[in-house]
Design a protein around this ligand. Structure first.
Ligand code: NDP
Length: 452
């Protein structure tokens, strides 16, 4: 049977674009890709990239205060949101163009339209065109979900935050995950009065408890009005703002409410179930270890599979798919020991098991220190950093590393190499410190603070 293409990719985000261009570039496969919005997807257009640029913008307020204490004669002016936005849009246009050029130069045919599945080897574009392919890769990502609450549509999500015509004076952020905490810190740094509601006892559920507590303390000390054990009970438009009554009985009015209450896979209306593809509880495409669905010609990677919602993981899944299907080298994406960072202020860099997870599995030692870093201690700041290693008593392997400090994301990338290689505590100890740095503490932690 002959097909129009060897591979049709639905979704032009990080995972889909990488799979398409590697399949087309490294093998002789003919490849097409459909994207209904902008090339680059969540990461480039409405996620990691614009978010990180906003993180940079927001840190200058504190940097200017610190500069003054270091002796600089700095007179901070106001932050110009329109100026930042213009530059941001130019940058995103540039990146989108790069993605388009990469696909073009690899010989991938791009359709700027929504595509759905018509049968195991056929996609249908929004204009009705049907295209056949030997293999179909679904990489349609995820989308923010609003809670089931009357008037929830008065609120925005992280998708809209980059496009606000002006920065709000006050905002309520709902949620306690990556996005909620990152944007609470960003907007606080940009001068917005930030209140955050999280329904649980402590933000950043799933991360190491000590690290979570450290970040929450820091956020509160820097002016974020964080309410744990709290959710929205009622909300409505009132007095030119959004009036909110919380589950703890407080009533407040905000210029904006932002929901960061999770993201669901983009699978609605794709024709997946009709073909016999299994859909999970959160709407995710269920795949095997090789990203193959229940329909052998159809694979899925990235956030739409709800395995690990991280860009570099989607890219790895895309590459493993190409190895498996186009290079005759069956490859499972490796989901073990993934380093990651939460871009709060300060950042958290983390890899491996939390203390709580590890102690349920085996006897462990905890090495941990919290101290005022030199740069801030010099000017009398109380902010502290946290460096923590979770170590197996039996194998001596470092099972987890958790860092809360400026640039923790950069640090954990490198610590991650050692930990992925199976480094023991003694390997860390044998490494000479780089002095004076914050990260040198990772190799000078002498005595366990506790065992469990
Ligand atoms: P998360 O799943 O991390 O967090 C969702 C938050 O919303 C949780 O605190 C959750 O509470 C809360 N929540 C869920 N439903 C409700 C509700 N009905 N009412 C009130 N609160 C609710 O999702 P995010 O949207 O923050 O991020 C999505 C994914 O994107 C992350 O999992 C992450 O993988 C990825 N991401 C990664 C980043 C990075 O690497 N730096 C940055 C941003 C996103 P509870 O804890 O009780 O469930």
């Amino acid at each position: 049977m002959s097909f129009d293409y060897d591979l049709f990719v639905i979704g032009g985000g990080s995972g889909g674009v990488r799979a398409a261009r590697v399949a087309a570039g490294d093998t002789s496969a003919t490849v097409a890709l459909a994207e209904e919005s902008r090339l680059g997807g969540t990461c480039v257009i409405r996620g990691c990239v614009p978010k990180k640029l906003m993180v940079f913008a927001s840190t200058y307020s504190e940097a200017m205060r610190e500069a003054q204490d270091y002796g600089w004669n700095v007179i901070p002016g106001g932050f110009s949101w329109p100026k930042f936005q213009t530059r941001l849009e130019t940058e995103l246009d540039r990146l989108e163009e790069i993605y388009g050029n990469l696909l073009d130069s690899s010989g991938v045919k791009v359709f700027d339209q929504r595509a759905t599945l018509a049968d195991p080897h056929t996609v249908q574009l929004a204009d009705g065109t049907k295209i056949t392919a030997k293999h179909i890769l679904v990489a349609t990502g995820g989308w923010p979900v609003l809670p089931d609450l009357p008037n929830a549509d008065l609120g925005i999500t992280s998708n809209e935050i980059f496009h606000l015509p002006e920065l709000p004076k006050s905002i309520l952020i709902v949620g306690g995950g990556y996005i909620a905490c990152e944007f609470a810190c960003i907007l606080n740094g940009l001068g917005v009065k930030v209140c955050q509601y999280y329904r649980g006892a402590q933000i950043l559920r799933g991360f190491d408890d000590e690290a979570r507590g450290h970040i929450a303390e820091h956020m509160k000390r820097h002016g974020i009005d964080l309410h744990t054990g709290t959710n929205i009970l009622e909300m409505e438009k009132r007095d030119g703002g959004i009036w909110v009554k919380s589950t703890t009985g407080t009533e407040m009015t905000f210029d904006q409410v932002m929901f960061a209450t999770g993201r669901n896979p983009n699978t609605k209306g794709m024709g997946l179930e009709q073909l016999g593809i299994e859909i999970g509880r959160r709407g995710e495409i269920v795949v095997d270890d090789y990203s193959q669905t229940a329909v052998p010609s159809i694979y899925a990677i990235g956030d739409v599979t709800n395995r690990v919602q991280l860009t570099p993981v989607a890219i790895r899944e895309g590459m493993a798919f190409v190895e498996t299907v186009f290079k005759g080298n069956p490859t499972k994406p490796d989901h073990v020991l993934i380093p990651s960072a939460v871009f709060t202020q300060p950042e958290m860099g983390t890899i491996g098991l939390s203390e709580e997870e590890a102690r349920d599995l085996e006897p462990i030692e905890i090495y941990c220190t919290s101290f005022r870093p030199m740069q801030q201690a010099f000017i009398g700041r109380d902010d502290r950093v946290l460096m923590k290693l979770v170590v197996s008593q039996q194998t001596r392997k470092v099972l987890g590393c958790h860092i809360v400090a400026d640039h923790a994301g950069e640090m954990i990338q490198l610590a991650g190499v050692a930990i992925k290689m199976g480094a023991t505590k003694e390997d860390f100890d044998r490494t000479v410190a780089v002095h004076p740095t914050i990260s040198e503490e990772l190799v000078t932690l002498k005595t366990p603070v506790r065992t469990a």
